[in-house]
Write a protein that binds this ligand. Structure first.
Ligand code: RP5
Length: 165
C-alpha cells in the first residue's frame, strides 16, 4: 500500500494483474505527486473473483472515495467493481499485446446504462488522467488539494516550450 504519511487511503487503485502495474503505477505516481493518499491492490475479476467482491463491497466502508480500476483484454474488473460499490469508478484500459488495448477499451467503455464507469484513454495517458480525475473529484471538497491541482496544471503549462527544437 502506498500512503501519504498519517492518512488513510482515499483512492483505491486496483488492477487485474501484476503485469498491469507498469501502466497503473502512473496513476499511483500522479496521486503521490498531488499528496492524495491511496492504496494499490491486484484484484482480478477472473482469477480472484472473491477478492474482487470483498474489495468492492468493503471499499466505501473503509473510507475510500474513488476507485481506479485498470485491466487488459476481456477487462471486466472496472465494471464488476462498479456494480458492487456506490463509489465512482474510473476505468483504465491496459494495452494488450494482441489487440493493442482496443479490447480493453471496448470492454470497459461499453457499460450498459445503469452502472457507469468513467473510462480513460488506453495505457499510460489513461492512468495519469485517472489519477488527475480522482484528485479533481476529491478536490471538490478539499480546498488545499484544489490548490495543489491548480499548481500542478500551472507547472505543466509552464513546462511547454514555445518552439519544438
Ligand atoms: C487481465 O489480463 C489483466 O488485467 C492483464 O491486463 C491481462 C493479462 O494478465 P497476465 O496474464 O499478464 O497476468 O486480467
Amino acid at each position: 500500500m502506498t500512503e501519504v504519511a498519517g492518512s488513510s487511503p482515499l483512492v483505491g487503485i486496483i488492477m487485474g494483474s501484476r503485469s498491469d502495474w507498469e501502466t497503473m503505477r502512473h496513476a499511483a505516481e500522479t496521486l503521490t505527486t498531488l499528496g492524495v493518499p491511496h492504496e494499490t491492490r491486484v484484484v482480478s475479476a477472473h482469477r480472484t473473483p472473491d477478492r474482487l467482491v470483498a474489495y468492492a463491497k468493503g471499499a466505501a466502508g473503509r473510507g475510500l472515495k474513488v476507485i481506479i480500476a485498470g485491466a487488459g483484454g476481456a477487462a471486466h474488473l472496472p465494471g464488476m467493481a462498479a456494480s458492487m460499490t456506490p463509489l465512482p469508478v474510473l476505468g483504465v484500459p491496459v494495452e494488450s499485446h494482441a489487440l493493442k488495448g482496443m479490447d480493453s477499451l471496448l470492454s470497459i467503455v461499453q457499460m450498459p446504462a445503469g452502472i457507469p464507469v468513467g473510462t480513460l484513454a488506453i495505457g499510460r495517458a489513461g492512468a495519469v488522467n485517472a489519477g488527475l480525475l480522482a484528485a479533481a473529484i476529491l478536490a471538490t471538497g478539499d480546498a488545499a488539494l484544489a490548490r495543489r491541482l491548480e499548481a500542478w496544471r500551472a507547472a505543466q503549462t509552464e513546462a511547454v516550450p514555445e518552439t519544438p527544437a
